[in-house]
Design a binder for this molecule. Structure first.
Ligand SMILES: [Zn+2]
Length: 87
């Protein structure tokens, strides 16, 4: 009786107590030598975006980087259709 399970699956906001669908991925560009990716700080809905962004920036500011590691600024990347791109 759970044949709709796949279709009802949704990414949710990471804020404690918030169950809204996620609209943004909070992340910062990270690179180490030749490899690079987005360092993920969680997901946020429209309402929690500013709060999550601020928390992520605080955490991000405390990062200790190893030799050769570089990080960019934390930003909110809109989620759409399973893909994402910088705002
Ligand atoms: Zn939220």
């Amino acid at each position: 009786m759970n044949s709709n399970l796949v279709f009802s699956y949704q990414l949710l906001c990471c804020s404690p107590g918030c169950d809204q669908p996620a609209r943004y991925r909070i992340a910062a560009p990270w690179s180490h030598g030749a490899s690079s990716e987005l360092k993920n700080y969680g997901l946020a809905c429209e309402r929690c975006r500013a709060d999550r962004l601020e928390l992520a920036r605080i955490r991000h500011g405390r990062l200790l980087l190893a030799d050769g590691e570089a990080v960019g600024q934390v930003d909110a990347y809109p989620l759409r259709d399973g893909s994402e791109s910088p705002a």
